[in-house]
Ligand binder design. Structure first.
Ligand SMILES: Nc1nc2c(ncn2[C@@H]2O[C@H](COP(=O)(O)OP(=O)(O)OP(=O)(O)O)[C@@H](O)[C@H]2O)c(=O)[nH]1
Ligand SMILES: [Mg+2]
Length: 344
């Protein structure tokens, strides 16, 4: 399955994570507005937005760079990743390059390559980071969730643990996930089609692992989800699919009481560790609300002091929560100019 999956790694955070994926033999394309950032990476395929010198956390610059250079970016995509069926963009929601260009690039790719699935691995800033990071994160995530045909979204949370630890952990979890079909047993196994379904379903997705322990296995698994590198999952118990690749049986009723009743559960035996996948989850609105509150509590300050920044529109993100819920706009565009018009 590895050969069918590719990564587009945008901005510095995307680059740092992508570099680890590449070391694990995934095909990655690295995009940045900063040549200096690209130079720090020891990787194969790099694309620098022509003439750009970084976006200094200004998302509008990232958006403009995609609009101006889309043809070039698509050429890069076609020469490096056209044979992939599933592509994840990796970027930080709070950067200017990654957070700005991530959503518009995804939207453009989705509308151009309709036979492929695109998902993303995005990063939320820690609560200690500057206001600008929080504003960017809200705006970026809002745009992401408004892309109707976006597949699975891994939402990494820099507020959980050290960011560099997150980088290696997401790669470890992704590998553990792809390894699941290799654990074959008469007790049952999760096959590639099921894995594919988990990985391409729209919505938030989390993976967690825990080590065999017969006592309190269910609690152990729940704990591993709560302490994972992902944004805390919603408590609304909305989950479409569950994958359970387990060393021992668990009390499924207890698990479902906590996670919610899915449409389907895929079971498998695992020799090494418990691997749990929750797919088609609600987006982590409670965590986003935390960011939203920081921004909203400082609204006057932002309006008065950041007035020169294009990002700090006076009416920013006031309606983003309701937009998330009402999100039924069409985005099946045949012309990429129409995609661009969403990102004014
Ligand atoms: N998990 C993780 N987060 C990172 C990493 N590097 C930066 N970040 C986070 O990403 C945000 C900044 O995004 P960057 O990726 O540096 O920004 P960029 O996309 O390069 O955009 P500009 O520098 O503004 O042009 C901050 O919230 C950081 O906490 C990383 O290696 N791992
Ligand atoms: Mg940068």
């Amino acid at each position: 399955m590895k050969e069918q999956i590719g990564f587009i790694c945008v901005g510095q955070a995307g680059g740092n994570i992508g570099q680890i994926f590449e070391k694990h033999e995934y095909t990655c394309l690295f995009i940045n507005s900063s040549q200096e950032d690209l130079d720090t990476l020891d990787v194969k395929f790099k694309y620098h937005f022509d003439g750009a010198t970084g976006c200094n956390k200004d998302r509008s610059k990232g958006i403009e760079l995609v609009k101006k250079n889309l043809d070039e970016v698509l050429k890069e995509f076609e020469s490096k990743l056209l044979d992939k069926r599933l592509i994840f963009l990796i970027f930080s929601t709070s950067g200017g390059t990654g957070g700005g260009s991530g959503p518009i690039l995804l939207d453009s790719l989705i509308n151009k390559y309709k036979d492929k699935t695109f998902g993303c691995i995005c990063i939320l800033p820690s609560l200690e980071e500057p206001l600008k990071a929080q504003i960017n994160a809200i705006e970026c995530y809002n745009q992401l969730t408004n892309i109707r045909k976006l597949g699975a979204v891994f939402t990494l949370d820099n507020n959980k643990v050290d960011k560099y630890m997150i980088n290696s952990e997401i790669v470890r979890l992704f590998n553990a996930f792809l390894d699941v079909p290799n654990h074959k047993s008469t007790k049952g196994n999760i096959d590639k089609a099921e894995l594919w379904q988990l990985l391409t379903t729209r919505g938030n997705i989390v993976i967690s692992t825990s080590y065999p322990k017969t006592e309190n296995a269910t609690i152990l698994i729940i704990n591993s989800i709560e302490t994972s590198i992902f944004a805390p999952i919603e408590k609304d118990r909305n989950v479409l699919l569950i994958g359970l690749s387990l060393t021992n049986d668990i009390n499924e009723q207890d698990f479902i009481k906590y996670i919610g009743l899915p449409l389907d559960t895929y079971y498998g035996y695992n020799r090494d560790q418990n691997v749990i996948i929750l797919s088609g989850l609600s987006f982590p609105i409670t965590r986003l609300n935390q960011i939203y509150k920081i921004v909203n509590n400082n609204k006057e300050h932002i309006k008065n002091n950041l007035i020169n920044s294009k990002t700090a529109k006076t009416d920013f993100c006031l309606d983003w929560l309701s937009e998330l819920k009402e999100n039924n706009k069409t985005d099946d565009f045949s012309d990429l100019e129409d995609v661009f018009s969403k990102y004014e």
